[in-house]
Design a protein around this ligand. Structure first.
Ligand code: SF4
Ligand code: SF4
Length: 257
């Protein structure tokens, strides 16, 4: 039976940990995972693998409504073998290391974050996650939480995940849980299927309907991060009526006459 990980506080913000290839547990942690992917994880991985979002989602993920929290979720599909290995693990380690998901980067820490509307950064709290098979805790290397975040390249993941949290957390979470049909498709497209969202922008009346600055239009043609920011703004407008994006009055007046 798999043992549940132990969650522990980090009272002085310091912890001991090191992950090395020479440890007997090397890559044991890359199997049988319930690895939920954020939109930014999907963006990084599909670009790493040089495939479209559609191909990445079909080949490597499962999308479903989580029974416990009621939220739409995308998770990494483990291999269909007895160990349920991650599709990206090899005997040498992670084959997508530079673009591995945020959940893989942050281990052995966990992050709880809450976003206050209008504030750039989320309030956050870090704790220790101890997996029983992990021998990294027996190592001498000492870290502060800040050093670990920097070393693992977590800042950009946290920043992009906090933008996504503006949609899924707080007062909006109730709306997200009730999405169905076309609105649920919109959510998945804007959050996870960025190539499809780009086509939606450039091949529909989107740019006639909304005021988007020309330099943003230029950037989103090739910049997925910029596109994801716009996708989140559009979702907040379309699903919750937030004033995150400005409709063109002339288009809406002409089309309502
Ligand atoms: S189990 Fe722990 S120490 Fe071993 S490879 Fe995984 S993270 Fe590293
Ligand atoms: S993405 Fe890489 S680090 Fe994460 S579980 Fe898979 S092989 Fe391990």
């Amino acid at each position: 039976m798999t043992q549940e990980p132990l969650m522990q506080p980090i009272p002085d913000g310091r912890f001991r940990f090191a992950c090395r290839r020479s440890l007997p547990c090397f890559t044991k942690c890359c199997a049988n995972l319930n690895l939920v992917l954020t939109p930014y994880d999907v963006l990084r991985l599909k670009n790493r693998l040089k495939v479209s979002s559609k191909v990445f989602l079909e080949r490597y993920t499962i999308s479903y409504i989580d029974e416990d929290c009621g939220m739409p979720v995308v998770k990494l599909k483990m291999n269909d073998d007895k160990d349920r290995r991650c599709p990206f693990v090899s005997p040498e380690g992670c084959t997508v290391y530079e673009d591995r998901p945020g959940a893989c980067r942050i281990y052995p820490l966990g992050r709880a974050a809450s976003k206050i509307r209008g504030r750039e950064r989320a309030g956050e709290y870090y704790f220790m996650v101890k997996e029983s098979h992990c021998l990294g805790f027996d190592e001498d290397k000492e870290w502060t939480i800040e050093e670990w975040i920097k070393d693992q390249g977590l800042d950009e993941y946290n920043a992009m995940n906090d933008i996504f949290m503006d949609i899924t957390a707080g007062r909006h979470s109730r709306t997200i849980k009730t999405l169905g049909g076309q609105r649920l498709k919109m959510f998945y497209m804007a959050c996870y299927s960025l190539d499809e969202f780009r086509r939606f922008i450039f091949e529909s009346t989107f740019l006639d309907r909304f005021v988007i600055e020309q330099d943003v239009i230029n950037r989103i043609k090739a910049d997925d991060v910029e596109l994801m920011r716009l996708a989140c703004q559009w979702l907040q407008f379309a699903l919750f009526g937030d004033k995150t994006i400005e409709p063109r009055r002339d288009f809406n007046n002409n089309n309502s006459q």
